[in-house]
Design a protein around this ligand. Sequence first.
Ligand SMILES: [Zn+2]
Length: 131
Amino acid sequence: MKALGYWTSHLDPSLPDPRTLRIEYSDLRFKQALLGYLQAGNCYTQWRGLSYCRFACDVEAPAMGSKCLSDGEWVWPEGLAHYVDVHSVGLPEEFLDAARRRQFTMPAIAFDCNGPRATLDYSIWRRFAAG
Ligand SMILES: [Zn+2]
């Protein structure tokens, strides 16, 4: 499973800071479809605590979520939609292509949210963030 939308922290300082990944979403229909896709992800992992916004905006913590979501190919934090929506954070073309291939329709997959977590592959995410 490929990871995206994970940010630098003391646990892994090599992950990107979202403030360096802002882009212009000129196609607003595309942006809305992408947001719908991100929000419709299947629960992949349920965490105990809520996330927070790295832009320190005044978003309510519940909007940042406490889950990781998946489309069966990619895994992202529930709060990623907020970063795309409010802070215009860009995402890797590989993920956008996968969403387009599915016409932004989320496949329904029942993961065991509380089960063991597979190791995620961060290589595309790291390459995107570095470039
Ligand atoms: Zn924010």
